[in-house]
Write a protein that binds this ligand. Structure first.
Ligand code: PHE
Length: 339
């Protein structure tokens, strides 16, 4: 019985089987139980011997069963642990990461450049008072030049700014000239009532710049624009100024840069002229200085307004300004500087 029992336990290869064997060997209907039950029929001196022997076998089988059960449970646990193991050395699943919008990249680059030249960066509000957007920039009501910038009005005296130039007036008003010249750029979004097409958008960006101090000349303007053009488009570029008109500058100019991509007459960017128009600028109009409480007999300077949208289109050959605002990731990820 002992041999057979131990053998059966050894053969059991899962926990259910071990349980069955236990019931069979040690249960109420098992052989050992009936031996123990039959003890009352034995003689007095046989009884202790048989009893002792039967108990020994029972203990031995119990121990064997317990050992087998522990063994199988451990095997089950080991298998489970092995199946659930995590290999921490495996490479992770890459997480898609964003990047600054291409227009923001241009603005960031300009900010870095101008901060390096001692300018401060001042950010204005997209919702602006009409007086700052027009009157204080020498554009009184009914001035025909207001038509150049068709405007979204919020109330009769509050509007979506059509240009970043209101920051010229705001900063001139605030600046303490006893501490040195005003040197400021102001990047941001502007709005005009235009019908969107490949070259027009009702929202776009500008970076305003203004330098006003005691001996600021037009040559300083040209030199500054040259630094900007060379920083963004290439070392060799030259700048040329053509007469133009803005109410808040006198004289006013349009600045052209030499075409950096020129293949002669067939050039798609400059149409074979060798020059690309990039921004508007001029010497700050005495009226603008006066209205901001700055004495035009003592102080003067230049201002410019450039368009990051136009710069990005030129730099990367983007043909439709609307691409910047549709947020199609296939378009935007082309400008991922992480490569
Ligand atoms: N604000 C002008 C525009 O939007 C650009 C400009 C700025 C011109 C500063 C001259 C000086 O067209």
């Amino acid at each position: 019985l002992r041999q057979q029992g131990l053998e059966e336990i050894k053969q059991s290869d899962d926990l259910d089987r071990v349980n069955d064997v236990r019931v069979k060997l040690l249960g109420k209907k098992g052989p050992l139980t009936s031996v123990l039950r039959g003890m009352k029929d034995l003689s007095a001196d046989e009884r202790p011997k048989v009893g002792k022997f039967a108990n020994e076998i029972r203990d031995e089988l119990k121990a064997a069963l317990e050992e087998k059960r522990a063994q199988l449970e451990k095997a089950v646990l080991d298998a489970k642990l092995a199946a659930e193991a995590i290999d921490v050395t495996l490479p992770g699943t890459p997480v898609a990461q964003g990047q600054p919008h291409v227009l923001q990249q241009i603005i960031d680059q300009l900010e870095d450049l101008f901060i390096g030249m001692g300018y401060e960066v001042a950010v204005g509000d997209e919702v602006e008072q009409e007086v700052y957007n027009f009157e204080k920039l020498n554009l009184p009501k009914d001035h025909p030049a207001r038509d150049m910038q068709d405007t979204f009005y919020v109330t009769p005296s509050v509007l979506m700014r059509t240009q970043t130039s209101p920051m010229q007036a705001r900063m001139l008003e605030q600046h303490d000239f006893s501490k040195g010249p005003l040197k400021m750029i102001s990047p941001g979004k502007v709005y005009r009532r235009d019908t969107d097409d490949a070259t027009h958008s009702h929202q776009f960006h500008q970076v305003e710049g203004i330098v006003v101090g005691e001996h600021v000349t037009m040559a300083d303007l040209k030199g500054t624009l040259e630094v900007v053009a060379q920083n963004l488009f290439g070392d060799q570029l030259k700048v040329r100024l053509r007469p133009s008109y803005f109410p808040f500058t006198e004289p006013s100019v349009e600045a052209d840069i030499t075409c950096f991509n020129c293949l002669g007459a067939g050039c798609s960017i400059c149409k074979g002229t060798g020059w690309i128009e990039v921004l508007g600028a001029g010497m700050v109009h005495p009226n603008v200085l006066k209205m901001s409480g700055v004495d035009p007999e003592v102080y003067g300077g230049f201002a410019f307004g450039l368009g990051p949208d136009r710069f990005a289109m030129l730099k990367y050959g983007v043909e439709d300004i609307r691409d910047f605002y549709q947020n199609d990731v296939r378009f935007l990820t082309q400008f991922d500087q992480k490569g």
